[in-house]
Design a protein. Sequence first.
Length: 302
Amino acid sequence: MTDAHPTEPPSIDPVLGGKYQRLREELADCGSALVCFSGGVDSTLLLRVAHDVLGDAGCLALTTVSETMAQSERREATELAALIGARHEVVESHELGRPGFAENPTDRCYHCKSELLDIAFPRARNLGLTNVLLGTNLDDLGDHRPGLTAADERGARHPLVQAGLTKADVRDLSRALGLPTWDKPQLACLSSRFPYGTEITPERLRQVDEFEDGLRALGFRQLRVRYHGSVARLEMEPPSMPRVFEPGVRDQIVALGRRCGFTFVALDLAGFASGSLNQLMGLRSKPGAGRQPAGTRAPDGG
């Protein structure tokens, strides 16, 4: 086992330090592990500490890529794994070919996580790694998340949860450890941009991905392009909304949306909200709006 960094990072309060130490202990207990690595805030912290504790031989980062992952995130995952110094494998996944996924049901994330873990567990066994780890944090348990059901069915471990780390803790600890992801905007698979029941296709995923990439190139950070057929509904942080109407910026955004295949571009005045499309489930459950099938759940927020 390799311990490349000190057990307590600099500038950390005692409570967070205790959680950090518990995370290290939880990872040491794993013996060896494959980390499901997206390059997001949570999985980057998990990989960094797992690599510190388990070393090169005992830790592998696995990134699965498909049409549902933004192109920019593929590149960044590779760069972050290299920065950490961890072994890293990138494998193609095929969520869209998995029965029940492309139709975009309310348990879509169950199928997505199942695809990831059905790749991860065999790879871990082939490499002699004893555990598969996910970057779930404590706050993720506060919502209905079908992806967690798939993880529990297969026996994946959640070290951040076991250490008691919230999303805020993850960001604070990432900052203390010098990780560039500490203030990275929330991310989610591109499939989360589609209302439930709207078919997910490679072409539609490309539309959303290219539009979001273009908006980030214009300087917008936390955002979502929600797909509504010919309409792209933009969710942005309220402080950034006035800039949408600055001279020339609005025209660039509209032109970008049309290049990406949308006829209309709308700004949602409610602003960015992770998992905002889950609200549609609540509307359908109201009298006269139809009923949800028994046992359905809201998916992992996006």
